[in-house]
Ligand binder design. Structure first.
Ligand code: MG
Length: 281
C-alpha cells in the first residue's frame, strides 16, 4: 500500500467513525429547544423563549394572482369560490344563490335579470382573514355610488365598500375599502375598470356582554391590491346609509355577504381562514 492510499483509507475510517459518533450523541442528547430559566412573560404562563410552547401549525402559502389567472389559496384556507360553482353560497332566503358564473367568475346579476339580491356564505365566520378578487364592469357606466358598486359585508353587517373608484369621485367614506359610512381608506389604490383587484382583510369580530353592550368593537385591517388602506380600524356598528352606525348584539359567527347594488361586478378566488389565538389547540 502506498502512503497515499494509506492516508486515504485512514481518513475514510475517521470520517465514518466521527459521523457515527455524532449520530449517537445527537440521539442521546437531543438539542435543547428554548429555555425554562428565563423570566416569565406577562400572564405568568410562558417563559421568554419557552421551549415547551406549542409550535405554530405549518401552512403552505398560496400564490398571487395575475391579470390572466387567479392566485392559489394557502393550504388551510376554506375555499368559498374557485371559479366553478356557488356550492358554498346561498340567497338571503336560504335558496341557492342566483348569481351568474362565466369565465371562472361569479357575477352580480345585471339589472333586469333574475337571480339578484345579496349572496351569503352558507358557513358562518367570526375572526378571520378574507381574500377576494374582483373586477368592476367595463366599460364603466354611471358615476359616484352608481358605478361598479358592491360590498364585502362581513358578518352580514360590517361593510367594506367595493366600488369603481378609478377616476370616479364620490364621498370619501363610500370609496373602495372604506368602512362604509365612517372611515375612508388611507389611500385610493384602485385599478381600472375590468382589471382584477384584490382585497386582503384581517377581521376581528366584536365581543358583546351578556346584556348586549359592546365589550370590544369589530376591527378591520385591509390591503387593497397589496396597499394598506385600513389599519386596525374600529367599526361603529352595523352598516347604515345616511346615519351613524350602531351595534346590535349577534352571534360569535355570522355569514359573509356580498352586496348586489345593481352593477355586474365580477368576483373570483374567494377564500377565508379562521383566525384562532396562538394558545388555542
Ligand atoms: Mg356597496
Amino acid at each position: 500500500m502506498t502512503l497515499r492510499r494509506f492516508l486515504l483509507a485512514a481518513a475514510t475510517v475517521a470520517t465514518i467513525g466521527s459521523t457515527t459518533w455524532a449520530a449517537c450523541w445527537a440521539w442521546q442528547n437531543p438539542p435543547q429547544i428554548g429555555f425554562q430559566d428565563t423570566p416569565l412573560l406577562p400572564g405568568g404562563k410562558w417563559h421568554v423563549h419557552d421551549g415547551t410552547r406549542a409550535q405554530p401549525p405549518v401552512v403552505t402559502p398560496g400564490t398571487a394572482g395575475t391579470p390572466d389567472a387567479p392566485g392559489k389559496a394557502p393550504s388551510d384556507a376554506i375555499i368559498l369560490f374557485d371559479g366553478h360553482d356557488l356550492a358554498r353560497w346561498r340567497a338571503e332566503d336560504g335558496s341557492p344563490s342566483g348569481w351568474k358564473i362565466a369565465d371562472g367568475a361569479m357575477i352580480v346579476p345585471p339589472k333586469g335579470t333574475s337571480g339578484g339580491g345579496p349572496t351569503f356564505t352558507k358557513q358562518a365566520f367570526g375572526d378571520c382573514q378574507i381574500h377576494l378578487e374582483f373586477a368592476t364592469p367595463t366599460p364603466a357606466r354611471g358615476t359616484g355610488q352608481g358605478r361598479g358598486n358592491s360590498g364585502l359585508i362581513i358578518m352580514g353587517r360590517y361593510e367594506v365598500q367595493i366600488l369603481d373608484c378609478y377616476d370616479n369621485v364620490t364621498y370619501a367614506d363610500g370609496t373602495s375599502t372604506a368602512v362604509y359610512g365612517q372611515t375612508p381608506p388611507l389611500v385610493n389604490a384602485s385599478r381600472k375598470p375590468g382589471e382584477w383587484q384584490t382585497y386582503d382583510v384581517a377581521f376581528t369580530a366584536p365581543r358583546f356582554k351578556a346584556d348586549g353592550a359592546v365589550e370590544s368593537p369589530a376591527f378591520v385591517t385591509i390591503f387593497h391590491n397589496g396597499v394598506l388602506t385600513q389599519n386596525h380600524t374600529a367599526s361603529l356598528g352595523s352598516v347604515v346609509w345616511r346615519a351613524v352606525a350602531k351595534y346590535e348584539k349577534h352571534g360569535e359567527k355570522e355569514p359573509i355577504m356580498l352586496q348586489d347594488h345593481g352593477d355586474p361586478v365580477r368576483f373570483r378566488n374567494i377564500w377565508v381562514r379562521e383566525i384562532k389565538s396562538v394558545e388555542q389547540p
